[in-house]
Design a protein around this ligand. Structure first.
Ligand SMILES: Nc1ncnc2c1ncn2[C@@H]1O[C@H](COP(=O)(O)OP(=O)(O)OP(=O)(O)O)[C@@H](O)[C@H]1O
Length: 259
């Protein structure tokens, strides 16, 4: 059963009075509970694809469908690179915001909020405001809020890109632990090959603009994975090099097309 189906999706934008093809012939099937990473050169349309799935942009052509199993749940939640926390709300209020907006029962809001604050290690900091938090803590708030809202799918746009390496590893582990518990379907954009190898069931590689899916790589290494295991595995090293060469080629191709 596919949770997300994308069929022959195309997207054009008008830039300086000209049509620009940003996404071309994108067809993707994502199973329920899959963790899929999108990896591709800068400007290839990853964020545009996520924004289309979030309902923030319309496709120029093609179809998307997200299976809405429980109509009480929101269809999707999005987590951005820059923290999407609301500055005048405490940590706790930020996490419970979506649930309150949907008028969920008070007990359920408390339960969900406490559970996810615990999962991301923020229970002690529940009364703090975003200006009192580090970058890593703010991203934890965003992740807790996204999962607490119990969406059908999670869309994550480079959520850890601005974090230092240590914080990144800790948040990746926390995210995987929550994902395994909730069995949510996740579509995750990253520029980091290591991150994609650590997190993914599948990596979708995109070409330079106009963005097309040019490889669909299953990552079969057993979980839980640590970055040390990923680096020590010969299979993963080969996949890393394959992706690296692909990105290198695409970036060169994009540069020569621009000159
Ligand atoms: N609203 C818009 N109007 C016009 N052009 C846009 C708009 N949004 C995005 N674009 C263009 O579409 C292309 C793809 O942008 P997008 O942000 O989706 O790429 P990306 O792969 O996510 O890039 P990065 O990895 O650098 O974040 C870029 O050339 C961008 O300038």
């Amino acid at each position: 059963m596919f949770k997300i189906q994308i069929r022959q999706l195309e997207k054009q934008f008008v830039k300086q009075h000209q049509y620009v093809d940003v996404l071309e012939n994108i067809s993707i099937d994502i199973k329920k509970g899959e963790f899929v990473c999108l990896l591709g050169p800068s400007g290839c349309g990853k964020t545009t694809l996520l924004r289309i799935l979030a309902g923030l942009e319309k496709p120029s052509l093609g179809d998307i469908s997200i299976q809405h199993e429980n109509k009480q749940n929101p269809l999707q939640s999005m987590v951005f690179q820059e923290s999407g926390v609301i500055p005048w709300m405490t940590v706790e209020e930020n996490v419970s915001f979506g649930l309150k907006m949907r008028h969920m029962p008070t007990d359920y809001i408390h339960e969900q909020t406490n559970h996810y604050l615990e999962k991301v290690g923020l229970r002690r900091f529940r009364k703090l405001y975003p200006k009192e938090l580090s970058g890593g803590m703010k991203q934890r708030v965003s992740i807790a809020r996204a999962f607490a809202n119990n969406p059908e799918i999670l869309l994550m746009d480079e959520p850890f890109a601005a974090l230092d390496e240590q914080n990144k590893f800790i948040l990746q582990e926390e995210l995987l632990s929550i994902w395994q518990e909730t069995e949510k379907t996740v579509l995750f954009i990253t520029h980091s090959i290591d991150e994609a190898l650590l997190l993914s069931d599948r990596i979708l590689l995109m070409s330079a603009q106009p963005g097309k899916i040019i490889e669909d790589l299953p990552i079969q290494m057993q979980r839980p994975r640590s970055i040390e295991q990923v680096r020590a595995s010969e299979d993963m090293t080969n996949t890393f090099l394959n992706i690296w060469e692909h990105l290198h080629r695409e970036v060169k191709h994009a540069r020569s097309a621009n000159h």
